[in-house]
Design a protein around this ligand. Structure first.
Ligand SMILES: NC(=O)c1ccc[n+]([C@@H]2O[C@H](COP(=O)([O-])OP(=O)(O)OC[C@H]3O[C@@H](n4cnc5c(N)ncnc54)[C@H](O)[C@@H]3O)[C@@H](O)[C@H]2O)c1
Length: 370
């Protein structure tokens, strides 16, 4: 990647919905990024969002693609639009950061990465929570041997479902959504940083109801169809032989989430919620009766740090960490899980990813570097 420009990197956002609130708040506090444009299918929404966050430009997707002072475009559209919007961004000569999942099928995900390789433009993919201090500290502890040899892991995410709180939740119950595609990216991404690439999966799933009713906001009371499994339970193995179990559910009246426990030969470690950037780590060593709690600093760091890492890589000519290749691998694992649910059999996960280095100690997105 050539470093032919200098100073903060111009950014545009496409998709001014719910998650844009977090991105825009955070990205405006990261001095290596300069947010210059907000676009949406709905022009009024783009304008209102730009006004609210003090972004100078707003308009349509094609206008976002024409901005000369924009180098990275952050694609916060719904999953079904990720491939089309992402490839339009690359075709316009801009680097792309896609929210998760990278796309909703392997073919479009692969073609996005091929286009990225051919053009020399970067593709980054959420989640970037694994770059937060919580999961970076977790990985440092495991890498230095605090739990001995990592053996197995358990993941649990169960809630009544996001139709209760999301203002426009239908997409979360269609292809590219459901508890698997919406939430597994956080858990699987975190585990791949400990165990490496996944090798296979066996999963079962079910759907509690064929419709849901929007709980809050201007569309409250509206009923929409459910097109995916709303409960998925899976066992995964990794290329290096370790095994993990997972439950991802929108069908539970009990909310229990953020469970990511890694069992090693010497200790069990409970990581912070992988959907968060920080939080306590707990560890229980052989012979201990109680968890030891390890506080992790890092409040104030949130969504968008992967974009900062990309921006710094652009300026230094180095590599970034939340790669499209990792996003494709996690998508592959989720598609294999959905396939396993359909076929009631084990499914191989063929893709892999280049190992991703830890961030340097003291890495701080709120400090000006470029
Ligand atoms: N809401 C969350 O808490 C959350 C958290 C993490 C990640 N995400 C991810 O962020 C993405 C967006 O989620 P959201 O909750 O903000 O959704 P949303 O429905 O609230 O917002 C999506 C926005 O994208 C716009 N849009 C849709 N298709 C478009 C297209 N083709 N071109 C331009 N604009 C388009 C819509 O008009 C809407 O304003 C999803 O991939 C989701 O998985 C959401």
């Amino acid at each position: 990647m050539s470093a032919d420009r200098s100073g903060p990197v111009g950014v545009a956002v496409i998709g001014a919905g719910k998650i844009s609130e977090q991105y825009l708040t955070n990205m405006r506090s990261y001095p290596d990024l300069d947010v210059r444009f907000v676009a949406d299918l709905l022009p009024d929404r783009a304008r209102a969002t730009a006004d609210e966050y003090g972004v100078p430009g707003w308009g349509s997707t094609s206008e976002a693609l024409e901005q000369d002072d924009v180098e990275i475009i952050v694609n916060l559209t719904i999953p079904a639009a990720h491939a089309e919007v992402g490839s339009a961004i690359l075709a316009a000569g801009k680097h792309v950061w896609n929210e998760k999942p990278l796309t909703v099928d392997l073919e479009t995900a692969r073609s996005l990465l091929t286009r990225s390789r051919d053009s020399g433009l970067l593709v980054g993919c959420a989640p970037d929570t694994f770059l937060g201090p919580g999961l970076q500290t977790t990985r440092r502890m495991i890498d230095r041997g605090d739990i001995g040899r990592p053996l197995t892991a358990s993941m649990v995410f169960q809630t009544p479902g996001p139709h209760r709180w999301h203002p426009n939740p239908a997409f979360l119950y269609q292809q590219g959504g459901g508890p698997l595609f919406d939430m597994a990216p956080y858990y699987l991404t975190a585990l791949t940083q400990v165990f490496g690439p996944l090798a296979g999966v066996a999963a079962l799933g079910s759907t509690a109801a064929t419709t849901r009713t929007i709980g809050q906001g201007p569309l409250a009371g509206e009923v929409f169809d459910v097109g995916v499994a709303t409960y998925v339970t899976a066992i995964f193995d990794f290329r290096t032989g370790e095994v993990a179990s997972a439950t991802f559910s929108f069908d539970s009246q009990l909310t229990r989430l953020g469970v990511l426990e890694i069992n090693g030969t010497e200790a069990t470690l409970a990581a912070p919620d992988p959907n968060h950037f920080s939080g306590d780590i707990k560890i229980i060593k052989a012979g201990d009766e109680e968890w030891e709690r390890i506080a992790v600093a890092g409040d104030g760091i949130g969504r968008g740090i992967g974009v900062v890492d990309m921006a710094r890589a652009l300026r230094s000519g180095g590599t970034h960490r939340a790669t499209g290749e990792l996003g494709l691998h996690v998508l592959d694992a989720m598609l294999a899980s959905a396939d396993s649910v359909e076929r009631r059999s084990f499914v191989d996960i063929e893709s892999g990813f280049t190992p991703i280095p830890l961030l340097p100690a003291g890495w701080d997105p709120t400090r000006r570097v470029v």
